[in-house]
Design a protein around this ligand. Sequence first.
Ligand code: GLU
Length: 326
Amino acid sequence: MASSPLTASALPCHLQALLEAGVRRRELGYRGRFAPSPTGALHRGNLRTALLSWLHARLRGGQWLLRIDDLDTPRNRSGAEAAILADLRWLGLTWDGEVLRQSERRGLYGTALSALRRQGLLYPCRCSRRLLADVSAPHGALAVYPGFCRDRGGGWGPEQGRLPSWRLRLAAGALRWPEAYAPPGALDAEAAIGDVVLRRADGFLAYHLATAVDELSLGISDVVRGDDLWSATGAQVAVMAALGAAPPSYGHVPLWRDAEGRRLSKREGAEGLDGYRQRGLDAAAVLGELAASAALVPPGSRLSAAELLQELSPGRLDRALRALQP
Ligand code: GLU
Protein backbone atom coordinates (compact mmCIF):
# COMPACT_ATOMS: atom_id res chain seq x y z
CA MET A 1 0.00 0.00 0.00
CA ALA A 2 1.07 3.58 -0.56
CA SER A 3 2.32 5.72 2.30
CA SER A 4 -0.40 6.87 4.63
CA PRO A 5 -1.23 8.60 7.87
CA LEU A 6 -2.18 5.19 9.24
CA THR A 7 0.29 2.48 10.03
CA ALA A 8 -0.68 -0.99 8.91
CA SER A 9 -1.46 -2.00 12.47
CA ALA A 10 -3.90 0.89 12.94
CA LEU A 11 -6.60 -0.79 10.87
CA PRO A 12 -8.40 -3.88 12.16
CA CYS A 13 -6.70 -6.95 10.68
CA HIS A 14 -9.61 -8.04 8.53
CA LEU A 15 -10.07 -4.58 7.03
CA GLN A 16 -6.35 -4.26 6.42
CA ALA A 17 -6.28 -7.69 4.75
CA LEU A 18 -9.28 -6.83 2.57
CA LEU A 19 -7.84 -3.53 1.43
CA GLU A 20 -4.43 -5.06 0.74
CA ALA A 21 -6.01 -7.90 -1.25
CA GLY A 22 -7.97 -5.33 -3.25
CA VAL A 23 -4.91 -3.27 -4.03
CA ARG A 24 -3.01 -6.43 -5.05
CA ARG A 25 -6.00 -7.46 -7.18
CA ARG A 26 -5.92 -4.29 -9.22
CA GLU A 27 -2.28 -4.87 -10.04
CA LEU A 28 -3.23 -8.22 -11.59
CA GLY A 29 -5.33 -6.69 -14.32
CA TYR A 30 -8.06 -4.30 -15.34
CA ARG A 31 -11.14 -4.23 -13.19
CA GLY A 32 -13.78 -1.60 -13.85
CA ARG A 33 -17.25 -0.97 -12.55
CA PHE A 34 -20.53 0.79 -13.21
CA ALA A 35 -22.24 2.15 -10.12
CA PRO A 36 -25.73 3.51 -10.72
CA SER A 37 -27.97 4.78 -7.92
CA PRO A 38 -31.40 3.10 -8.02
CA THR A 39 -33.24 6.42 -8.08
CA GLY A 40 -35.07 5.65 -11.32
CA ALA A 41 -34.58 4.00 -14.69
CA LEU A 42 -31.39 4.84 -16.58
CA HIS A 43 -31.82 7.60 -19.18
CA ARG A 44 -29.90 7.73 -22.42
CA GLY A 45 -27.09 9.75 -20.81
CA ASN A 46 -26.60 7.12 -18.09
CA LEU A 47 -26.81 4.38 -20.71
CA ARG A 48 -24.11 6.04 -22.80
CA THR A 49 -21.83 6.35 -19.76
CA ALA A 50 -22.47 2.67 -18.99
CA LEU A 51 -21.58 1.76 -22.57
CA LEU A 52 -18.35 3.80 -22.50
CA SER A 53 -17.34 2.28 -19.16
CA TRP A 54 -18.11 -1.24 -20.44
CA LEU A 55 -16.20 -0.68 -23.70
CA HIS A 56 -13.22 0.73 -21.82
CA ALA A 57 -13.07 -2.45 -19.72
CA ARG A 58 -13.87 -5.04 -22.38
CA LEU A 59 -11.55 -3.59 -25.04
CA ARG A 60 -8.75 -4.11 -22.53
CA GLY A 61 -9.85 -7.65 -21.71
CA GLY A 62 -10.91 -6.45 -18.29
CA GLN A 63 -13.63 -7.28 -15.83
CA TRP A 64 -16.63 -5.01 -15.33
CA LEU A 65 -18.53 -5.11 -12.04
CA LEU A 66 -22.00 -3.79 -11.37
CA ARG A 67 -22.50 -2.02 -8.05
CA ILE A 68 -25.79 -0.54 -6.94
CA ASP A 69 -25.26 2.62 -4.85
CA ASP A 70 -28.34 2.27 -2.69
CA LEU A 71 -27.23 3.73 0.67
CA ASP A 72 -29.35 6.85 0.40
CA THR A 73 -32.52 4.87 0.96
CA PRO A 74 -35.06 7.75 0.81
CA ARG A 75 -33.92 8.40 -2.78
CA ASN A 76 -34.20 4.75 -3.86
CA ARG A 77 -37.21 3.96 -6.07
CA SER A 78 -38.86 0.61 -5.93
CA GLY A 79 -38.28 -1.36 -9.12
CA ALA A 80 -35.39 0.87 -10.21
CA GLU A 81 -32.68 -1.73 -9.60
CA ALA A 82 -34.57 -4.40 -11.56
CA ALA A 83 -35.09 -1.93 -14.41
CA ILE A 84 -31.37 -1.03 -14.48
CA LEU A 85 -30.36 -4.70 -14.63
CA ALA A 86 -32.91 -5.45 -17.34
CA ASP A 87 -31.78 -2.47 -19.46
CA LEU A 88 -28.09 -3.40 -19.25
CA ARG A 89 -28.93 -7.01 -20.19
CA TRP A 90 -31.12 -5.89 -23.10
CA LEU A 91 -28.20 -3.87 -24.48
CA GLY A 92 -25.78 -6.78 -23.96
CA LEU A 93 -23.67 -4.90 -21.40
CA THR A 94 -22.87 -7.95 -19.30
CA TRP A 95 -21.17 -7.68 -15.93
CA ASP A 96 -18.92 -10.06 -14.02
CA GLY A 97 -19.99 -11.83 -10.84
CA GLU A 98 -22.91 -11.04 -8.59
CA VAL A 99 -24.54 -7.63 -8.45
CA LEU A 100 -23.00 -5.75 -5.50
CA ARG A 101 -25.15 -3.56 -3.30
CA GLN A 102 -23.74 -0.92 -0.99
CA SER A 103 -26.65 -1.53 1.38
CA GLU A 104 -25.23 -5.04 1.98
CA ARG A 105 -21.75 -3.70 2.72
CA ARG A 106 -22.60 -1.31 5.55
CA GLY A 107 -20.62 -3.37 8.09
CA LEU A 108 -17.44 -2.86 6.09
CA TYR A 109 -17.94 0.89 5.79
CA GLY A 110 -18.70 1.07 9.52
CA THR A 111 -15.44 -0.72 10.33
CA ALA A 112 -13.48 1.73 8.16
CA LEU A 113 -15.25 4.65 9.81
CA SER A 114 -14.44 3.39 13.32
CA ALA A 115 -10.80 2.86 12.38
CA LEU A 116 -10.52 6.43 11.08
CA ARG A 117 -12.23 7.75 14.18
CA ARG A 118 -9.91 5.80 16.51
CA GLN A 119 -6.98 7.39 14.72
CA GLY A 120 -8.28 10.86 15.50
CA LEU A 121 -8.83 11.62 11.82
CA LEU A 122 -12.52 12.43 12.29
CA TYR A 123 -14.20 15.15 14.29
CA PRO A 124 -17.82 15.77 15.22
CA CYS A 125 -19.46 18.65 13.38
CA ARG A 126 -22.56 20.41 14.72
CA CYS A 127 -23.10 22.85 11.88
CA SER A 128 -26.65 22.72 10.61
CA ARG A 129 -27.51 22.83 6.92
CA ARG A 130 -29.15 26.19 7.51
CA LEU A 131 -25.99 27.68 9.06
CA LEU A 132 -23.89 26.43 6.17
CA ALA A 133 -26.41 27.77 3.65
CA ASP A 134 -26.33 31.18 5.41
CA VAL A 135 -22.57 31.49 5.14
CA SER A 136 -22.31 30.17 1.61
CA ALA A 137 -21.91 32.18 -1.58
CA PRO A 138 -25.08 34.05 -2.67
CA HIS A 139 -25.98 31.56 -5.34
CA GLY A 140 -25.30 27.92 -5.13
CA ALA A 141 -24.32 25.44 -2.50
CA LEU A 142 -21.42 25.90 -0.15
CA ALA A 143 -18.45 24.52 -2.04
CA VAL A 144 -16.06 24.04 0.84
CA TYR A 145 -16.76 23.54 4.53
CA PRO A 146 -15.16 26.47 6.41
CA GLY A 147 -13.97 24.27 9.26
CA PHE A 148 -16.08 25.84 12.04
CA CYS A 149 -16.07 22.66 14.18
CA ARG A 150 -12.49 21.60 13.50
CA ASP A 151 -11.19 22.78 16.85
CA ARG A 152 -14.45 22.99 18.72
CA GLY A 153 -13.88 19.80 20.69
CA GLY A 154 -16.86 18.35 22.54
CA GLY A 155 -18.21 14.85 22.55
CA TRP A 156 -19.85 12.65 19.98
CA GLY A 157 -23.18 12.42 21.75
CA PRO A 158 -26.34 14.40 21.13
CA GLU A 159 -26.41 18.13 21.87
CA GLN A 160 -29.81 19.82 21.92
CA GLY A 161 -31.26 16.54 20.73
CA ARG A 162 -29.05 16.35 17.63
CA LEU A 163 -26.18 14.04 16.84
CA PRO A 164 -23.13 15.45 15.04
CA SER A 165 -22.00 14.57 11.56
CA TRP A 166 -18.50 13.10 11.33
CA ARG A 167 -15.95 14.87 9.18
CA LEU A 168 -12.58 13.71 7.93
CA ARG A 169 -9.86 16.22 8.80
CA LEU A 170 -7.95 16.77 5.56
CA ALA A 171 -4.25 17.57 5.59
CA ALA A 172 -3.28 20.66 3.60
CA GLY A 173 -1.95 20.05 0.11
CA ALA A 174 -3.03 18.71 -3.23
CA LEU A 175 -5.01 15.52 -3.71
CA ARG A 176 -4.05 13.88 -6.98
CA TRP A 177 -5.30 11.01 -9.09
CA PRO A 178 -4.47 9.60 -12.52
CA GLU A 179 -6.98 10.99 -15.02
CA ALA A 180 -7.33 9.77 -18.60
CA TYR A 181 -9.65 12.27 -20.30
CA ALA A 182 -10.84 15.14 -18.13
CA PRO A 183 -8.52 17.85 -16.73
CA PRO A 184 -5.56 16.44 -14.76
CA GLY A 185 -6.69 15.04 -11.43
CA ALA A 186 -5.57 17.50 -8.76
CA LEU A 187 -7.55 19.50 -6.23
CA ASP A 188 -6.37 21.49 -3.25
CA ALA A 189 -7.65 19.89 -0.05
CA GLU A 190 -8.31 23.19 1.74
CA ALA A 191 -9.42 25.44 -1.10
CA ALA A 192 -11.42 22.98 -3.19
CA ILE A 193 -12.55 20.08 -1.00
CA GLY A 194 -12.72 20.88 2.70
CA ASP A 195 -13.28 18.37 5.50
CA VAL A 196 -15.51 15.68 4.02
CA VAL A 197 -18.60 14.36 5.84
CA LEU A 198 -18.26 10.57 6.21
CA ARG A 199 -21.28 10.00 8.42
CA ARG A 200 -24.22 12.32 8.27
CA ALA A 201 -25.96 13.65 11.36
CA ASP A 202 -28.97 11.45 10.52
CA GLY A 203 -26.71 8.37 10.74
CA PHE A 204 -26.41 7.72 7.01
CA LEU A 205 -22.99 6.64 5.80
CA ALA A 206 -21.75 9.01 3.13
CA TYR A 207 -21.30 8.05 -0.50
CA HIS A 208 -17.64 9.20 -0.48
CA LEU A 209 -16.79 6.78 2.32
CA ALA A 210 -18.61 3.83 0.78
CA THR A 211 -17.25 4.46 -2.68
CA ALA A 212 -13.66 4.86 -1.51
CA VAL A 213 -13.84 1.63 0.53
CA ASP A 214 -15.44 -0.17 -2.41
CA GLU A 215 -12.93 0.94 -5.05
CA LEU A 216 -10.14 -0.32 -2.78
CA SER A 217 -11.65 -3.52 -1.42
CA LEU A 218 -13.07 -4.60 -4.80
CA GLY A 219 -9.73 -4.08 -6.49
CA ILE A 220 -11.03 -1.53 -9.00
CA SER A 221 -8.19 -0.45 -11.27
CA ASP A 222 -10.12 1.92 -13.56
CA VAL A 223 -13.19 4.05 -12.93
CA VAL A 224 -14.90 5.39 -16.05
CA ARG A 225 -17.87 7.56 -15.09
CA GLY A 226 -19.61 10.86 -15.80
CA ASP A 227 -17.61 14.07 -15.45
CA ASP A 228 -20.15 15.45 -12.96
CA LEU A 229 -18.18 13.32 -10.48
CA TRP A 230 -14.76 14.76 -11.34
CA SER A 231 -14.61 17.02 -8.28
CA ALA A 232 -16.10 14.33 -6.01
CA THR A 233 -12.99 12.31 -6.85
CA GLY A 234 -10.91 14.62 -4.64
CA ALA A 235 -12.99 13.70 -1.59
CA GLN A 236 -12.82 9.99 -2.44
CA VAL A 237 -9.06 10.14 -2.93
CA ALA A 238 -8.78 11.82 0.49
CA VAL A 239 -10.63 8.89 2.13
CA MET A 240 -8.45 6.38 0.28
CA ALA A 241 -5.32 8.20 1.45
CA ALA A 242 -6.59 8.12 5.03
CA LEU A 243 -7.04 4.35 4.61
CA GLY A 244 -3.48 4.09 3.38
CA ALA A 245 -4.01 3.44 -0.32
CA ALA A 246 -3.47 5.17 -3.63
CA PRO A 247 -6.49 5.74 -5.88
CA PRO A 248 -7.30 3.81 -9.05
CA SER A 249 -7.12 5.47 -12.48
CA TYR A 250 -10.07 7.61 -13.54
CA GLY A 251 -11.58 8.50 -16.86
CA HIS A 252 -14.35 11.07 -16.51
CA VAL A 253 -16.46 11.29 -19.63
CA PRO A 254 -18.74 14.17 -20.63
CA LEU A 255 -22.41 13.82 -19.80
CA TRP A 256 -24.78 13.68 -22.73
CA ARG A 257 -26.56 17.05 -22.76
CA ASP A 258 -29.76 18.17 -24.41
CA ALA A 259 -29.89 20.64 -27.32
CA GLU A 260 -29.76 23.58 -24.85
CA GLY A 261 -26.68 22.15 -23.15
CA ARG A 262 -28.54 21.06 -20.01
CA ARG A 263 -27.68 17.74 -18.40
CA LEU A 264 -30.34 15.08 -18.70
CA SER A 265 -32.10 14.12 -15.52
CA LYS A 266 -34.11 11.14 -14.38
CA ARG A 267 -36.45 13.47 -12.52
CA GLU A 268 -37.32 15.41 -15.63
CA GLY A 269 -38.03 12.15 -17.41
CA ALA A 270 -35.12 12.12 -19.87
CA GLU A 271 -35.66 9.36 -22.38
CA GLY A 272 -34.63 5.85 -21.40
CA LEU A 273 -34.96 2.52 -23.15
CA ASP A 274 -38.75 2.59 -22.94
CA GLY A 275 -38.77 5.72 -25.07
CA TYR A 276 -36.45 4.15 -27.63
CA ARG A 277 -38.59 1.00 -27.75
CA GLN A 278 -41.74 3.05 -28.21
CA ARG A 279 -40.02 4.62 -31.19
CA GLY A 280 -39.61 1.06 -32.51
CA LEU A 281 -35.84 0.85 -32.03
CA ASP A 282 -34.26 -2.51 -31.19
CA ALA A 283 -31.08 -3.04 -29.15
CA ALA A 284 -28.79 -2.81 -32.21
CA ALA A 285 -30.29 0.53 -33.23
CA VAL A 286 -30.09 1.91 -29.68
CA LEU A 287 -26.46 0.85 -29.30
CA GLY A 288 -25.75 2.46 -32.67
CA GLU A 289 -27.33 5.71 -31.49
CA LEU A 290 -25.50 5.71 -28.14
CA ALA A 291 -22.16 4.96 -29.82
CA ALA A 292 -22.74 7.51 -32.60
CA SER A 293 -23.41 10.21 -29.99
CA ALA A 294 -19.80 9.73 -28.86
CA ALA A 295 -18.57 9.63 -32.49
CA LEU A 296 -17.54 5.98 -32.17
CA VAL A 297 -19.56 4.88 -35.22
CA PRO A 298 -21.33 6.78 -38.02
CA PRO A 299 -24.90 7.94 -37.30
CA GLY A 300 -27.52 5.37 -38.23
CA SER A 301 -25.27 2.38 -37.36
CA ARG A 302 -26.89 -0.79 -36.08
CA LEU A 303 -24.72 -3.20 -34.17
CA SER A 304 -24.59 -5.45 -31.12
CA ALA A 305 -22.32 -4.83 -28.17
CA ALA A 306 -20.05 -7.65 -29.37
CA GLU A 307 -19.88 -6.12 -32.87
CA LEU A 308 -19.04 -2.74 -31.39
CA LEU A 309 -16.11 -4.34 -29.57
CA GLN A 310 -14.89 -5.75 -32.89
CA GLU A 311 -15.14 -2.30 -34.51
CA LEU A 312 -13.09 -0.49 -31.88
CA SER A 313 -9.70 -0.58 -30.24
CA PRO A 314 -8.58 0.94 -26.91
CA GLY A 315 -6.74 3.68 -28.84
CA ARG A 316 -9.76 4.54 -30.95
CA LEU A 317 -11.99 4.77 -27.86
CA ASP A 318 -9.42 6.96 -26.10
CA ARG A 319 -9.20 9.32 -29.08
CA ALA A 320 -12.99 9.62 -29.31
CA LEU A 321 -13.32 10.28 -25.59
CA ARG A 322 -10.61 12.96 -25.68
CA ALA A 323 -12.32 14.60 -28.64
CA LEU A 324 -15.59 14.60 -26.71
CA GLN A 325 -14.15 16.73 -23.90
CA PRO A 326 -15.78 20.19 -23.74
N1 GLU B 1 -23.99 6.22 -7.79
C1 GLU B 1 -23.46 7.50 -8.10
C2 GLU B 1 -24.16 8.06 -9.31
O1 GLU B 1 -24.91 7.34 -9.94
C3 GLU B 1 -21.96 7.45 -8.28
C4 GLU B 1 -21.47 6.73 -9.42
C5 GLU B 1 -19.96 6.49 -9.48
O2 GLU B 1 -19.19 6.71 -8.52
O3 GLU B 1 -19.57 6.04 -10.56
O4 GLU B 1 -24.02 9.23 -9.62
